[in-house]
Design a protein around this ligand. Sequence first.
Ligand SMILES: NC(=O)c1ccc[n+]([C@@H]2O[C@H](COP(=O)([O-])OP(=O)(O)OC[C@H]3O[C@@H](n4cnc5c(N)ncnc54)[C@H](OP(=O)(O)O)[C@@H]3O)[C@@H](O)[C@H]2O)c1
Length: 500
Amino acid sequence: MVQAGDPKLSDRLDATDGPLTLALRASDFPALHESLRVLARRADCARMTLLLPLADASPELAGLVSGAAAALTRETALDTVAVIEGEAAIVGDWSAPDGRFAHWRVADGTRRLRALQSVTALPAASADTPGDLVAVVAGGMGALGRASIAALAGAGWRRFALLGRSETPDFPPNEAMSAEIIRYFACDVGSETEVHTALETIRSEIGPIGAVIQAAGVLDDRLLGTQDDASVAAVLRPKLAGTKALDNLTRDDPLRLFLLHGSIVGLLGNAGQTAYAAANAAAQALMEERGRENAPGASLTLCWSFVEGGGMGDASTASAFRKAGWPPVTLGQARSVLDQAVSLTTSGTWAVFGAPMAAAAAQTPEITLTETTLAAIERQDAVPLEDIRALIRARAAGFLGEDADAISETASFFDLGLGSMQLQELAGELESRFEGVSPTVLFQYTSVDALCAHLATLTPRAAAEAVPETRAAIAAGAAAPAYRSLPTPPNAPAPSPSSG
Ligand SMILES: NC(=O)c1ccc[n+]([C@@H]2O[C@H](COP(=O)([O-])OP(=O)(O)OC[C@H]3O[C@@H](n4cnc5c(N)ncnc54)[C@H](OP(=O)(O)O)[C@@H]3O)[C@@H](O)[C@H]2O)c1
């Protein structure tokens, strides 16, 4: 058992072999996050259990741990990461029935698994008109903020107050043309003081607040090893601090609805998005707590798959989500889900995927992860090593919309303009062709030349499958004969077994 934030964690892990069992008693996310960065080095560890004792398990902290741990499984070679929330002895099987990540909650002598469960119908909706109530939309100038305004307007809302950091946005949005009153407030939702000032003005100058839509959020995708406290704080600020501020400061308002725009990344994780996953899972946990406390209005969280046409991500993000088995949602599909969601009267958390799972949602906490949600990255036949250099340049050129000849072999992938999701996609492809490719390979070997030199030290999967001793040797970390028999690209340094 090791405490999160323990400065000796690194030494203790180095001295520990085999499956790890950790008690995380972190009271703040930076300490936890620092520990996860150390833990991420243990890519050799097959299984990790993070124990979150009930006494420390505030919904916020449980969410942060859960989201970050879910993302950890997608960045490392860990087979299973289990988060156990509660005073449980580590006995029995805590793995996910169908996946690599599981979040168990142990309370009142029972253990429950958080998982997705398909539903066929949404709960009852209200037909009441909102009258003069004001809908406050944080991130209201963003894609999902505007789709929410359109849905609210369709349900009869006529007064809107939009919050965003920009001083002079392109205002008002087309979606609100039917509004009787619509105003924009330059306000950082991560600042309780700024939110307080804006809400006071809204109440006194526009009317009573009847709905809060929390659509504020930012991305800063980085693998754990390249994150720092500032990058994590920047992602947590609008989503987590913003949700807290909006909730704390509207508890006495006549709310009908508090809707959080969350992400399935908070439920299922994603490589490069530990902070985003933690922020979404924690904000979602606060919303569920809000529902349990019967705070005013329905407490809804919509955990979107990638929204095509939304303000976040690009085509490569959509492609990565598809490969993970999470069909993206179109803005049209998002709008039809929102048309129903803005009139719901019961609290809940719903995951929303696009076709073929359109409109289906998933309700926590009793879920079964399906094969589709965890489908592995598509595997392809191994190709000869000499083709890999051409393949890497072709993929980079494809992502950048350039000719393969224009791709420098010595410049770093970041300098060439490739983003985290594109690097992740490329790593997935390499992983399907070579034994021992880590998900972080493109962050370690950052140019075409360096990457090819590294791949020369690995064994193509086809070769490994043909030579069982090679597989055993790789597993044992030894330099197998197959390593040495592989051709070395011209100008590449001699292969070194330790470089992988
Ligand atoms: N699009 C997707 O694929 C997707 C998928 C899953 C979940 N989501 C979630 O849905 C929400 C909306 O996404 P979107 O696609 O509509 O993104 P978007 O178009 O980028 O909109 C985000 C909005 O948040 C505002 N914002 C950021 N930080 C803020 C802060 N500190 N205070 C106030 N406003 C802030 C931005 O305005 P300023 O820059 O002017 O502040 C922007 O208008 C996000 O929270 C995201 O996590 C989106």
